[in-house]
Design a protein around this ligand. Structure first.
Ligand code: UT7
Length: 340
């Protein structure tokens, strides 16, 4: 039985730059206490979230994606015409079509890029990274821009305390490039990415309405079908199980042991999920980078924003073994080991 996660060739891709953007507006737990029956104490102890960012009126997913992209391009020293591929991972696209990636391409003036969106919920950024790997490894494209961007405030039911306290808006980006052939050049190397999907669990976490299966009408508008619906406990359990398994597999395929991982950059859904997975893997939880207290769960953007912050603040150092991991609706999951 061939192993789908093993590639016949080594990965020729490097992460040349990272960037992120979050809106200015901060929504605190104290403010949410005024609109739903909740408390700062409950939100903090159950999730680790203290505040989240909310996009301004008229600020779109593509606006945030463009800001994050510009910062990643600046770090990588890449100009817009050099970008040959743009993938935006989002569940809150500006419009059903065209794709958010098309708006980003226009905003950047990246006229040589082919651009499209992918929908893999919170795992989207790592899915985009693995898709880019195939383009870059085959020589089809040299430089890719991947972005996780979300305006989740537009699909939250602000009267549902089970979900409205969890989510926020923002974007994270990375420039991926073919690695230099010069051995003296030090560049991060993506060693391994594993991905998984379980489509039998689509009902546990979804936005049931607003698509072609269940359009929003004047009759059903009051049911909030076009907002996030989640069975929290079931999602929590599936997240811990699949995140742990995917990380163990990625570490193994990279030829490493859990103790070799210097930094974990996980999806930021719940600090208890992160701690539980680190514990099961036998990696000290202090090695997991978290910024969930500031930004909440930003779905496809979360892992990307965390990667950029950990990179810019020096938490990730050259030579570190970095484990990226994400889990989301579908269910979908992915884990990646990068030698920084
Ligand atoms: O990013 C994609 C993946 N998403 C996730 O991975 C999220 C996974 N799930 C979770 O993080 C957690 O399940 C939640 C944070 C969503 C919920 O935490 P929990 O410990 O699983 O709580 P629960 O849903 O079992 O609810 C416990 C109690 C309930 O009250 P009763 O029935 O015990 O009386 C809820 O009604 O907490 C209540 N509750 C709240 N209380 C105050 C739920 N939300 C709130 C709230 N404030 N905001």
């Amino acid at each position: 039985m061939p192993d789908r996660d093993l590639l016949p060739t080594e990965c020729l891709m490097t992460i040349a730059g990272t960037g992120s953007y979050v809106p200015e507006r901060v929504l605190t737990n104290a403010e949410l206490e005024k609109s739903v029956e909740t408390s700062d104490e409950w939100i903090t102890t159950r999730t680790g979230i203290k505040e989240r960012r909310i996009a301004a009126t008229g600020e779109t997913t593509s606006d945030m994606a463009t800001m994050a992209a510009r910062r990643a391009m600046e770090m990588a020293g890449v100009t817009a015409p050099e970008i040959e591929l743009i993938i935006v991972a989002t569940i809150t696209p500006d419009t059903i079509f065209p794709s958010t990636a098309c708006y980003v391409q226009r905003n950047l003036g990246a006229k040589n890029a082919v651009a499209f969106d992918i929908s893999a919920a919170c795992s989207g950024f790592l899915y985009a990274m693995q898709i880019s790997r195939h383009f870059i490894n085959t020589g089809n494209r040299k430089t890719a821009l991947i972005i996780g961007a979300e305006k989740l405030s537009s699909i939250v039911n602000w009267s549902d305390r089970n979900t409205c306290v969890l989510f926020g808006d923002g974007a994270g980006a990375a420039i991926l490039r073919r690695r230099s052939t010069d051995e003296a050049v030090h560049e991060p190397q993506v060693l391994v990415t594993v991905m998984g999907t379980d489509g039998t669990l689509t009902d546990i976490l979804n936005v049931p309405g607003g698509g072609s299966a269940l359009p929003i009408t004047a009759e059903n508008a009051h049911l909030h079908l076009n907002t996030i619906h989640m069975q929290g406990k079931e999602t929590f359990k599936a997240a811990v199980t699949n995140v742990t398994a995917a990380c163990a597999r990625a570490i193994d395929l990279a030829g490493l042991k859990p103790s070799d991982i210097d930094v974990i950059v996980p999806h930021q859904a719940n600090v208890r999920i992160i701690d539980a997975a680190a514990d099961r893997l036998g990696i000290p939880k202090e090695r997991a980078f978290t910024n969930i207290h500031k930004f909440g769960n930003t779905s496809a953007a979360a892992c990307a924003i965390a990667l950029d912050e950990a990179n810019r603040t020096g938490v990730i150092k050259p030579g570190n073994n970095v484990l990226l991991v994400a889990f989301g609706a579908g269910f979908t999951w992915a884990a990646s080991v990068v030698r920084w």
